[in-house]
Design a binder for this molecule. Structure first.
Ligand code: GLC
Length: 837
């Protein structure tokens, strides 16, 4: 076998059963093709209302986008597509345009646009406009003139007489066509005494492309923006541009989703209003105009079109032909429409293979997982999938598109009916709006943990910000080893290598199709990427199945929360035995073990003990609540924790007890907790200086020393701190078996237990007062324990963490990652003390 220097990109999710063989596309040969910017770089979609607000009105704007350009530079983004910014009454938030050649005041002015465009050019970022040819706003001057039959505008829109009139005089629409956002596609105009057609909302009348003057007008508008120096267009909703001139009723779709109603778009098939052949002719003319500009100045410009067409043979007609090119690419919505929750590696394999097998020779593929019309990835498939999908779309051959926020794994925000503004949601009414509203995926970008997520200085933003913004934001993720953002950046860097630009592609779905894997190899150097979408851990024998794979490979990156935890970035692994944890490893935290909590029915309190995090103080309180006196507790017959367990028992509580209780959790910085556990339980354990520690020596200390002591000159018989850390790092969390170092998320399952109060030891002096007040127990309990502000904490931290390497500290952080993230702790102050090697 030829020697290949291989850096596998591991992601996720045992028994080797078989590989479903996919296809192999050879590497590009010399002379290598010159890649266009849309082939090589990532395109980033900005939803301008939600990107950055510069003037405090709670709505994003052009100056805001300009102020955030460095984010794109950091991400390595090559082009930015901005959703519509033209003048618009905002009935569909910009997709209803009242002037195709001016900017909406809410976003700024043409001068702001020029400034943004210049600033982007300085950074070598291409600017792509979103162009909407299918319709205008009803507030466009053309429409007004058309209503009044002023030439040449009379037939600029699609007008039709009423089919008849009800007895009360109500006009009857020409046919049964239903608009994309629900309700009839026809709206009566009193002045003109005719119906006009709107495939979207009534404020978006469809332009009439049967009238050639309309295309001429649209080409002039496109020319305006080409003259302004834009680098391309995303052309909106193109399959809607033409209607069958027979105006026949559309048939109901026999496969419509269950529960569809007759006034909903999804209830019907759309043979007379969608994807008519003439669409391609009109688009070819738009492309021709764009190519004329390129022929003139040699600057590459891109045209991408939005067409949701399930059948790839039909979709690929949008590429056009060599003699009549149309789009550089139609968007690939396969990840949105074809890949459904519960998918596996075989599903991805067949999707990827079909795309490449059917795509016209020489065409550019493209990959995306989200946009402003679809729920975010974590909502559709679960959180675990953010990194694997980002890796897939950016590392498969072709163009790739990131919808804003995907680089940090932003999640859908729940929006109440009152706050709903999207017409698709509003039209559906209060009971059904959540089925259709696109507001959840359009909420403001989460930049940092400051007010309004750093998006705006306003108290109220146009859509509410996700409450998770204080921990899920760009600032929190930058520089943090295992964040979506840093993984994204690493993947982007990889995309620049020859293996990804020109390398071969070989696809597989090993292990009964649980895993999707592919290799990209160029001149014997390459990568493989593996993603486990199954419910069980898998061991993949990659060297057997892929061509040209060496026995040992190095891990380039891996997804957040990757298991097994021992597979570190930079480590060498055997390619015949690559272990990838189950996809649900992250998604399914252990189920709450309520018998482990302390439940006080009388006072409606449930407390989950996190030992070394204020537990002594709460054990004391629980005992007081159980009727013990302070005096009894000052000299307890046994350790407080044993006494409390004896008093409270460990029976599973009934549902009512759990439901009625105020549930309390007290947490602490995970590293401080570990140092405290070590000092308290292990550092002096052989002499049993504190009650119970000898037990720790026998159960853990002795064994840790036996297994992890490599330095024979150490004389103490208890484990040293680095030995303890080595034990933590090389032991699976599930095997920790001691509460003092078990992560809090494991023992107290904050993702599944709905805590009413999560207090922190660091602010405990203040928090305990609140807890007592919240429980209404101020007559029974008193704040009794003052958390000593450790004045020597820095010294303590440096002396312990100075004994570890930076790698060990990072690995320890990864082990406790959930606790850090869930409770908003930082580990960098510890990292700085680590040794370099
Ligand atoms: C496209 C856009 C969508 C818009 C519609 C009407 O599908 O992506 O957001 O509402 O067209 O312009």
């Amino acid at each position: 076998m030829r020697q290949v220097r291989l850096l596998p990109v591991l992601i996720f999710s045992l028994q080797i059963v078989f590989f479903t063989n996919g296809m192999k596309i050879p590497q590009k040969q010399d002379p290598l093709p010159e890649l266009k910017w849309w082939d090589s770089g990532i395109i980033y979609q900005v939803y301008p209302r939600s990107h950055q607000d510069s003037n405090g009105d709670g709505i994003g704007d052009l100056a805001g986008i300009q102020s955030r350009l460095d984010h794109f530079v950091e991400l390595g983004i090559q082009a930015v597509w901005i959703s519509p910014i033209y003048q618009s009454p905002m009935a569909d938030f910009g997709y209803d345009i009242s002037n195709f050649t001016d900017i909406a005041p809410v976003f700024g002015t043409l001068d702001d646009f020029r400034n943004l465009s210049d600033a982007m050019k300085e950074r070598n970022i291409k600017l792509v406009m979103d162009f909407v040819p299918n319709h205008s706003s009803d507030e466009h001057v053309w429409f007004n003139r058309s209503v009044n039959r002023i030439e040449p505008y009379t037939d600029y829109y699609v007008w039709k007489d009423a089919k008849g009139f009800e007895i009360d005089g109500t006009p009857i629409p020409p046919n049964n066509w239903v608009s994309v956002f629900g309700g009839s596609m026809w709206t009566w105009n009193d002045i003109r005494q005719q119906f006009y057609l709107h495939q979207f909302v009534a404020k978006q009348p469809d332009l009439n492309y049967e009238n050639p003057k309309v295309l001429t007008e649209i080409l002039a508008a496109i020319k305006f923006w080409l003259d302004m120096g834009v680098d391309g267009f995303r052309v909106d909703a193109v399959p809607h541009m033409f209607e069958d001139q027979r105006y026949l009723d559309e048939p109901a779709d026999p496969n419509a989703p269950e529960g569809s109603l007759p006034d909903e778009y999804r209830y019907y098939l759309h043979p007379y209003t969608y994807n008519l052949p003439k669409v391609l002719d009109a688009l070819a003319e738009i492309r021709q105009l764009i190519d004329i500009y390129t022929a003139f100045d040699g600057k590459d410009r891109c045209m991408m079109v939005e067409a949701t067409i399930p059948n790839l043979d039909d979709l690929f007609l949008y590429y056009g032909t060599e003699s009549r090119p149309i789009a550089h690419f139609p968007f690939n919505f396969e990840f949105i429409n074809r890949i459904k929750p519960g998918f596996n590696g075989t599903d991805i394999l067949s999707m990827v293979d079909e795309w490449f097998q059917k795509m016209p020779p020489g065409a550019t593929a493209n990959w995306l997982v989200g946009n402003h019309d679809n729920h975010r990835v974590s909502k559709r498939f679960g959180d675990y999938i953010v990194d694997p999908l980002n890796m897939l779309i950016h590392l498969l051959p072709g163009s790739s598109v990131t919808y804003y926020g995907e680089e940090i794994g932003m999640q859908d925000t729940w929006i109440s009916w009152v706050d709903t503004v999207d017409p698709a949601g509003c039209n559906a009414g209060e009971d059904r709006y959540e089925l259709f509203s696109r507001d959840p995926e359009r909420t403001p970008m989460q930049w940092d943990a400051t007010k309004s997520a750093g998006f705006s200085t306003a108290d109220r933003t146009w859509l509410p910000i996700h409450y998770n913004y204080t921990i899920l934001n760009v600032a929190a993720q930058s520089g943090s080893d295992e964040s979506h953002l840093e993984i994204y950046k690493k993947v982007e860097l990889l995309r620049r290598s020859n293996a990804f630009k020109f390398g071969s592609l070989e696809t597989k779905a090993p292990n009964d199709g649980a895993v999707f894997a592919f290799s990209r190899i160029y001149n014997s150097t390459g990568f493989i990427m593996l993603a486990n979408f199954g419910d069980a851990q898998e061991t993949v024998n990659a060297s057997l199945e892929f061509e040209d794979i060496p026995a040992i490979a190095r891990v380039y990156t891996r997804s957040q929360g990757f298991v097994p935890e021992g597979t570190f970035v930079g480590s060498s692994i055997n390619t015949n035995e690559i272990v990838i944890g189950a996809r649900h490893r992250l998604k399914e935290p252990p189920t709450p073990l309520f018998s482990y909590y302390f439940w006080n029915k009388e006072h409606h309190l449930g407390w989950c003990p996190v030992y070394k995090a204020g537990s002594t103080s709460w054990l004391w309180n629980m005992m007081i609540l159980a009727g013990f006196s302070e005096k009894q507790l000052e000299n307890p017959p046994k350790q407080l924790s044993s006494l409390a367990r004896e008093t409270y028992g460990d029976a599973e509580p009934d549902v009512k007890t759990v439901e009625n209780a105020v549930k309390l959790l007290i947490v602490r910085h995970p590293f401080d907790r570990l140092v405290s556990a070590y000092r308290d339980k292990l550092s002096n354990s052989s002499v049993g200086h504190e009650h119970g520690t000898h037990h720790f020596y026998l159960k853990y200390g002795k064994k840790i020393v036996q297994k992890f002591r490599t330095d024979p000159t150490i004389s103490q018989i208890e484990p040293t701190w680095p030995e303890f850390v080595r034990y933590l790092l090389s032991t699976d969390l599930l095997q920790y078996s001691d509460d003092h170092w078990l992560p809090a998320y494991y023992s107290c399952t904050p993702c599944l237990t709905q805590y009413d109060i999560i207090a922190k030891l660091e602010t405990y002096n203040r928090d305990q007062g609140y807890i007592i007040y919240r429980l209404g127990l101020d007559k029974v309990l008193k704040p009794r324990w003052a958390h000593k502000l450790q004045t020597d904490r820095t010294q303590l931290v440096s002396s312990y963490f100075g004994q570890l390497t930076k790698t060990e500290i990072s690995e320890l952080y990864q082990k406790y990652w959930f606790d850090f993230t869930l409770f908003g702790y930082d580990y960098k102050e510890f990292l700085i003390y680590g040794k370099e090697t």
